[in-house]
Design a protein around this ligand. Structure first.
Ligand code: NDP
Ligand code: AKG
Length: 429
């Protein structure tokens, strides 16, 4: 457990990899593709509201640690702010701001009536007890009480958080307002109004988009070779579902390293092994150990970075041997690396499309909650699949028509919708 009241050092973001610069650069490219008025672009470049709160937490030792928590609300032109809550040592206000902007384009691209937001606290959740995490989450929620709400801003899980934290957030918000408000968060447990299918939704969405993109190139998903970095909520579900669909999952990794099997891993067996070994991949009998760096440069049909930002950079972009990169994580490819992959003919399925399955099922959870009618998992998956497939094909067709990469096509669709709504609402400066 963390004993001192000193905040953990955050790994610095290299000067050439500023997440906000990247997201703004894609915004500008989409704006010039669509001839969006510079005034509108100037509005969209900045988050509407940035909240940083102080979170004093009593540790199990009795000492007090004071953490900083952020919530950035980028844009609510299309509906309530929406986005996950991240607990990771690398969280900074810059990173959260960039992730909030990504949420705006993602929701607009998918045609769901939300704006974009993101929250986070710079902690390594593995260093805290469950009790400490609960106190941190409850205090963070209390501090944000005036800024969030089911019609205002709806948090959800992201890296380092899960249904458990969402239940604490829901309970804290409800206690503060004096009645139960399940709609304050999505990604919550089924017992308090969660949706079937939400836990695997982001990974399922990744599988669907990869399947559609491979089909476009005349390749079936069954038999395609896949490599996945990250084995958490997103990477774990993506690997399992891809394996189930007949893809050959050559390698997966987490913080403990990776495992590789030339003829494909038995992913369900590896999943069990990782759970039984408290997150460790080592000693898995069905594969050999590899490093995360080696994993990224394995030859394969599809590479799926599903962990952190900035994993494919100008330092390793030339070594990538995948035919396609599906961004399950947010921002795993840097601006320069993106251009390098493009010029090498490697297809990149952009984050705002590839990992949108999570927020889509969050939306379906919200819809079910609002109508007090809950669906079976088959219906949730079908509705999500319909939205994901349509979004993929809209992006693909836009890319073809305009002769632009898939990322720019996706941004063009997302930014275009928000800019149109901004103008129609008369919010033009
Ligand atoms: N959860 C969601 O619904 C959504 C998440 N995303 C994005 O997907 C990404 C992953 O999120 P999620 O799966 O929820 O997070 P989790 O915390 O559930 O899992 C993260 C995974 O990444 C691994 N990891 C962390 N650092 C490294 C590293 N340096 N090298 C290799 N693996 C690493 C972790 O390892 P270990 O298990 O050892 O800690 C863990 O397996 C994030 O970018 C997030 O923003 C996007 C859309 C929705
Ligand atoms: O489900 C949600 O509301 C947000 C998911 C998320 O944070 C993301 O898509 O990056």
């Amino acid at each position: 457990m963390m004993k001192s009241s000193v905040k953990m050092p955050q790994p610095p973001t290299p000067a050439h990899i500023c997440p906000m610069d990247r997201t703004c650069s894609y915004l500008q490219q989409a704006g010039s593709e669509l001839n969006v008025d510079p005034g509108i672009l100037a509005v969209l470049e900045k988050p509407r509201k940035v909240v940083t709160v102080s979170i004093p937490v009593k540790l199990d030792t009795g000492e007090v640690e004071v953490l900083a928590g952020h919530r950035v609300q980028h844009c609510d032109v299309l509906g309530p702010y929406k986005g996950g809550t991240r607990y990771h040592p690398s969280v900074t206000l810059q990173e959260v701001s960039s992730l909030a902007m990504l949420m705006t384009w993602k929701c607009a691209l998918l045609g769901i009536p939300y704006g974009g937001a993101k929250g986070g606290i710079a902690i390594d959740p593995n260093q805290y007890s469950v009790g400490e995490l609960e106190r941190i989450t409850r205090r963070y929620t209390s501090e944000l009480i005036k800024d969030i709400g089911p019609a205002v801003d709806i948090p959800a899980p992201d890296m380092g958080t899960s249904a458990r934290e969402m239940a604490w957030m829901m309970d804290t918000y409800s206690m503060n307002v004096g009645h139960s408000v399940p709609g304050i968060v999505t990604g919550k447990p089924l017992s308090v109004g969660g949706s079937k299918g939400r836990q695997q939704a982001t990974g399922r969405g990744v599988m669907i988009v990869v399947r559609e993109a491979l089909a476009q190139e005349g390749k079936p998903l069954a038999g395609a070779s896949v490599v996945v970095q990250g084995f958490g909520n997103v990477g774990g579900a993506a690997a399992l579902l891809l394996h189930e669909a007949g893809a050959k999952v050559l390698a997966v990794s987490n913080l403990s390293g990776g495992v590789f099997a030339e003829n494909g891993l038995d992913v369900p067996a590896l999943y069990k092994h990782v759970v039984q070994n408290r997150g460790h991949m080592g000693n898995f009998p069905g594969g050999e150990l590899i490093t995360n760096e080696e994993l990224l440069t394995l030859p394969c049909d599809v590479l799926i970075p599903a962990a952190l930002e900035n994993q494919i950079t100008e330092d390793n972009a030339l070594q990538i041997q995948a035919q396609m990169v599906a961004e399950a994580a947010n921002g795993p490819v840097t601006l320069v690396a993106d251009q390098m992959l493009h010029s090498r003919g490697i297809t990149v399925l952009p984050d705002i499309l590839a990992n949108a399955g999570g927020v889509v099922v969050s939306y379906l959870e919200w819809v079910q909650g609002q109508s007090y009618v809950f669906w079976d998992e088959e219906r949730v998956n079908q509705e999500m699949e319909g939205l994901m497939v349509r979004a993929y094909h809209r992006v693909y067709e836009t890319a073809q028509q305009r002769g632009i990469p898939l990322r720019l096509a996706a941004y063009t669709l997302g930014v275009g919708r928000v800019a149109q709504a901004l103008g129609d609402r008369g919010l033009y400066p």
